[in-house]
Write a protein that binds this ligand. Structure first.
Ligand code: CNA
Length: 366
């Protein structure tokens, strides 16, 4: 190789290095552009997780969990005297009362709907389908009606949180009214998917009570409005395609930013907008899931984009580790939590008192 070729070669290398350098610097610019965008979103929308050390003042001041376990949650509650707790529940807190959930394999209602000949399982709770054919819903309602079902340990645990002044609010997807039966006051309760407690005529909106609807449904009749003589009376449960109650929207906006702890129990966290409530607490608020299975977890795309979405049961996450999954039966989980908090006797006494008074009510009804 002559000198000239060597020089040319060196020039080529230099050019390549310069090009690499300039593409690296444009990469750096791209990265900083991305970073700027992330920060902008973080500030404006509060959607993005910033790396540890760049968190807002809010998160630096707040304590996170020392242990990512039920014991860590217990410690956290004990140390925060005025801990404001939000509970979120789904059908799983009522299965031990004998009411099937939707999605559990084999025992869930969606696996038992063949006899209704539906276009798809969810149709039974779709307004459009109900308007055309209300019969399948009322046949199913006979199985679901709050008839003789008793609240579970989980319901009474939530009531105990209220009695201890720790319950900011209970958000439920359940329509079985068992929170009311357990004695939770209505101002502490958000029935996000409505309730069987009341009903309305779909034509003239005349209101009806649960005992009135119950009588018709148990007889096997489709409840027809006695005011307009035409409309079907539908329990005030929210069907797919209907708006959630205004109370849900108003209180969710107010409550979730206030919460110090979120406890989610017995839900598959797939029905929106309820499921996304878990993302509305502050980034430092610990979240405890008590459920048969892990649910509501951050998906890969959200993780890749750094979006603050879904539960992250991973101590190394940018959340700094604040989500705990306790897997198993809701009643067992609530009992264990009560035991560890030193509330065993109180929970026991509360349940005994309430169950006796429900028995007395049953007797006086018969
Ligand atoms: P779902 O989708 O059926 O999920 C229930 C979840 O709870 C699943 O993850 C189960 O693994 C879990 N689970 C079931 N039993 C237990 C248990 N004993 N201990 C621990 N985990 C358990 O129900 P979602 O509530 O998430 O779905 C929302 C729907 C269900 C709402 O629209 C409700 O109206 C509807 N629903 C309500 C009731 C009720 O009021 N009791 C009954 C059936 C369906």
């Amino acid at each position: 190789m002559d000198k000239e070729t060597k020089e040319e070669g060196r020039d080529d290398n230099l050019n390549e290095e310069k090009q690499n350098a300039s593409s690296e610097s444009s990469d750096v610019e791209d990265c900083s552009e991305m970073e700027r965008l992330r920060r902008y979103l973080a500030q404006k929308l509060r959607l993005v997780d910033l790396p540890a050390g760049e968190q807002s003042d809010e998160s630096q001041l707040q304590p996170t969990l020392r242990k990512l376990s039920l014991d860590g949650i217990v410690e956290y509650i004990k140390e925060n005297e005025n801990c404001k707790i939000i509970t979120m529940a789904g059908a799983g807190i009522s299965t031990s009362a004998g009411i099937p959930d939707f999605r559990s394999p084999s025992s869930g209602l969606y696996h038992k709907l063949d006899k209704y000949n539906l276009p798809h399982p969810q149709a039974i709770f779709e307004l459009e389908f109900f308007m055309k054919n209300p019969e399948p819903f009322f046949t199913l309602a006979r199985e679901l009606l709050p008839e003789g079902f008793k609240p579970t340990i989980s319901h009474y645990f939530i009531r105990l949180l209220w009695e201890k002044g720790l319950l900011l609010r209970h958000y439920t997807q359940n329509i079985d009214t068992l929170e009311r039966v357990a004695g939770l006051p209505s101002e502490k309760l958000v029935e996000a998917h409505g309730t069987f407690h009341t009903g309305h005529c779909l034509k003239c909106r005349a209101p009806y009570t649960l005992p009135w609807m119950k009588e018709k449904i148990i007889e096997g009749a489709i409840p027809k409005c006695e005011e307009c003589d035409e409309g079907v009376v539908k329990p005030d449960i929210v069907f797919f395609g209907e708006m959630l109650p205004e109370r849900f929207q108003v209180l969710a906006d107010r409550d979730f930013v206030e919460a110090d702890l979120l406890i989610i129990m017995g839900s598959s966290l797939v029905v929106q907008p309820f499921a996304s409530l878990v993302d509305r607490v502050r980034t430092t608020c610990p979240r405890l899931l008590i459920n048969n299975e892990k649910v509501g977890m951050q998906d890969r795309l959200s993780r890749f984009l750094g979006l603050r979405q879904g539960l992250v049961f991973d101590a190394k996450s940018a959340h700094g580790g604040r989500d705990v999954a306790w897997l198993g039966d809701c009643d067992t989980g609530c009992q264990l939590l009560a035991d560890k908090l030193g509330w065993r006797d109180e929970l026991q006494a509360l349940m005994q008192r309430e169950r006796e008074s429900l028995k007395a009510e049953d007797k006086s009804d018969n």
